[in-house]
Design a protein around this ligand. Structure first.
Ligand SMILES: [Zn+2]
Length: 114
């Protein structure tokens, strides 16, 4: 096996990849449904859930927030993180820098075309 063939192929840096990295390394971890910060739901920190009333399993609470039982269940299921990975501001800074450079790049291309 040569160095060339053993090298892992790097994925293209798409907007989807940047968004996925932002979610993966977010500080604080936020709910994917409503954006509220997640809180640790068990003593070992293995699970994080959304505190929003709309994600509450209690009928009185989610109905008061305008959600049906099914909506509350879906909200809870989609937002709960098991074994949540640590966030990392270094990765977020890198993603922001890539976005900034891309924006600068597309602006200068637009100027050059005018
Ligand atoms: Zn939520």
């Amino acid at each position: 096996v040569t160095a060339e063939t053993s090298k892992q192929e790097l994925p293209p840096v798409t907007e989807e990849l940047l968004t996925a990295l932002e979610f993966r390394y977010a500080v604080p971890r936020c709910c994917r449904v409503c954006g509220a910060p997640l809180s640790v739901a068990d003593s070992r920190g293995m699970k994080m859930t959304c505190d929003s009333d709309a994600a509450s399993p209690y009928t009185a609470v989610h109905e008061a927030a305008g959600a049906t039982w099914k909506e509350a269940l879906d909200h809870w299921a989609e937002s709960t993180l098991y074994n949540p990975p640590d966030g990392d501001l270094h990765v977020l800074a890198l993603v922001a820098e890539v976005r900034r450079l891309r924006e600068l790049g597309s602006e200068s291309i637009a100027e050059w075309r005018e």
